[in-house]
Design a protein around this ligand. Structure first.
Ligand code: PLP
Ligand code: COI
Length: 338
């Protein structure tokens, strides 16, 4: 294997040794299959290709100081994938089968789990797709569950340095009663144009507002949003956002640190009252928000003047990473040690 420069990885795809697959046929999930091919062979009329029957997940494995590999909260990803499957009428994979597949694929690719202290991790990408052929718009009868892994560095180029976000009211990611709470490919296709416009204008991502009234904050491109005011961690409650496992974990950690957690609709104007803000997710971890430009209203909300993350974001980030890598006790039972 060519030497991997672990400390300079970006968030991208790199081939690894194996992926694992489970097929659903005749109303039942089959045996776990191990593959070293990067390709899948599916019917040209598969529903994932025509009608978007596709859900994916994202979770990470970390190498500890003790050399052991730790997977963060995989049961939560298994349950969220089941919800996504309900949302677009796909066969649900039992939680134990999901966990079996994740554990296996990480073990098989153990040499790709980045070393402790490199700042990198092994990104695990489960995928569940409709493979059955249909021409009418209806759910498939056959599905494939597949898990690939790839070592990654920070999602946003700036890593843990604050970066700018934009409010662009001429785009919505999802509809008010639509599919925003599911992790399905269609939501990401619908976000590409806005995301590219934000990048062209020099922003890391779009801060989406609720699609119905454009009054409340929804989420931050591929991550949830939180604001810090005094001793409070404030994060939007909305049916149109993905229920982030990172955000859920940070809410618990914020309480552990003695903070008050508020999960409720957050009006855009409230941005002016936050001392710090962050985007959070598996890929984003905590990406501090330096400023938010409301391009329609010609307003800027500044959260970092010196180009550094604020003290609360830093504390939460360090706490989360310490649990994920095994530097601190896993008091909430979030980590599976292989
Ligand atoms: N919101 C969106 C739209 C996402 O794609 C993600 C990434 O998974 C998140 C939020 C963060 O969720 P999690 O913390 O579970 O990775
Ligand atoms: C994640 O954080 O795992 C995501 O899925 C976000 C993005 C890469 C789509």
């Amino acid at each position: 294997m060519k030497e991997i420069d672990w400390s300079n990885l970006s968030f991208g795809y790199m081939p690894t040794d194996y992926n694992v697959r489970i097929n659903y046929r005749n109303g039942a999930w089959g045996e776990l299959e191990i593959s070293s091919s990067e390709y899948i062979n599916i019917h040209m009329a598969a529903t994932c290709l025509h009608y978007g029957q596709e859900s994916f997940e994202g979770l990470k494995a970390f190498r500890g100081k003790d050399g052991k590999v730790r997977i963060f909260r995989m049961e939560e990803n298994a349950k969220r994938m089941q919800l996504s499957c309900q949302g677009i009428m796909m066969a649900e994979l039992p939680v134990e089968r999901f966990e079996e597949a994740i554990t296996k694929v990480v073990q098989l690719n153990e040499r790709f789990v980045p070393p402790y202290g490199s700042g990198a991790s092994l990104y695990i990408r489960p995928l569940l797709i409709g493979t059955g052929a249909e021409v009418g718009v209806k759910p498939a009868k056959e599905y494939m569950f597949l898990v690939l892994v790839t070592p990654v560095g920070p999602y946003f180029k700036t890593g843990f340095k604050p970066s700018p976000y934009a409010i662009l009211r001429h785009y919505d990611r999802v509809a008010p009663l639509g599919t925003g709470r599911y992790k399905i490919g269609g939501n990401y296709a619908a976000s590409l144009m806005a995301g590219e416009e934000a990048h062209r204008l020099g922003y890391s991502a779009v801060l989406y507002l609720d699609a119905k009234e454009k009054k409340y904050i929804d989420e931050c491109g591929p991550a949830n949003f939180f604001g810090i005011r005094g001793n409070s961690y404030i994060t939007p409650k909305s049916d149109s956002i993905l229920p982030s496992i990172t955000n859920k974990s940070l809410m618990v950690l914020a309480e552990d640190l003695g903070m008050t957690v508020e999960c409720r609709p957050v009006p855009v104007e409230e941005l002016s009252t936050f001392e710090e803000a962050g985007a959070c997710g598996t890929a984003a971890v905590i990406s501090p928000v330096g400023k938010i430009d409301d391009l329609d209203e010609n307003k800027s909300y500044i959260f970092s003047k010196d180009g550094e993350a604020g003290p609360v974001c830093t504390k939460l980030y360090n706490k989360l990473m310490a649990i994920q890598c095994g530097d601190e006790p896993d008091t909430h039972n979030w980590v599976t040690v292989l």
